[in-house]
Design a binder for this molecule. Structure first.
Ligand SMILES: Nc1ncnc2c1ncn2[C@@H]1O[C@H](COP(=O)(O)OP(=O)(O)OP(=O)(O)O)[C@@H](O)[C@H]1O
Ligand SMILES: [Mg+2]
Length: 212
């Protein structure tokens, strides 16, 4: 099964969510490969600082659609689950990612800019997923704060788009930044609230996949 984090917008949490998804699933006992498709190589950098005492999550950089499509079948034989950290662009690589993805997660931060980008992304998404009818896509509100109007408004506007929006949300928590510096996922770190938030995201996706 292939998970990916995608968005037209930079800085929404694709890498954060991809890394934490890989860590969570690895601890669930699966053999997990993390693929970094972004030129900034953030996931590869994270892997570089991950200690050898942690569960191993091999992380490879693939920046080109042909290379992704060529290698993915081999990876699928070696790993139970593959998590692809997407790149913030609509190009052949993003199209290739969407064409092979089973579960796409679109993180979104509370801002009109993110809403507009998600609307724009939908056009490319519809084209790319025409060849992949089985894709399940979930919008994940990130850095969400119930107390502010813009967070609630963002969720309301996205709910009207034809994507499933998750009930589970990630708050703006420093743990999501801190854990990366030591090569950890938030569920391996010291903030139980952040860890619980992230676990709930994966549990909700799992539950939704079972009932769909
Ligand atoms: N829930 C959160 N709480 C606090 N900080 C967060 C959270 N999610 C993401 N961040 C921070 O926001 C910034 C952007 O996140 P991230 O790099 O994961 O986004 P991205 O979509 O992968 O960006 P890019 O498009 O540049 O690759 C990072 O500094 C990250 O640590
Ligand atoms: Mg990134």
């Amino acid at each position: 099964m292939i998970f990916s984090t995608v968005s037209l917008k930079g800085g929404v949490g694709k890498t954060t969510v991809a890394i934490n998804t890989a860590v969570y699933l690895r601890h669930s006992g699966y053999r997990v490969l993390l693929i970094d498709s972004d030129a900034n190589a953030n996931a590869v950098s994270w892997f570089g600082v991950r200690g050898s005492e942690q569960l191993n999550i091999p992380t490879v950089a693939i920046r080109e659609s042909k290379a992704l499509l060529k290698n993915i079948r081999v990876f699928q034989k070696e790993y139970d689950l593959i998590v692809i950290d997407g790149t913030p662009s609509v190009d052949p690589l993003t199209s290739a990612i969407l064409a092979i993805t089973d579960v796409a997660i679109i993180p979104i931060k509370p801002s009109p800019l993110d809403v507009w980008a998600t609307g724009k992304f939908m056009e490319a998404y519809n084209v790319a997923t025409a060849v992949n009818q089985n894709i399940k896509t979930f919008v994940l509100p990130n850095e969400f704060d119930f107390r502010n109007v813009i967070s609630r408004e963002t969720v309301k506007v996205i709910s009207e788009m034809p994507f499933t929006i998750l009930e589970s949300k990630l708050g703006n928590r420093v743990a999501f930044k801190e854990c990366l510096a030591s090569g950890l996922g938030v569920t391996e770190y010291t903030d139980p609230i952040a860890a619980n938030e992230f676990a709930n995201v994966i549990l909700e996706i799992n539950k939704s996949m079972e009932t769909k």
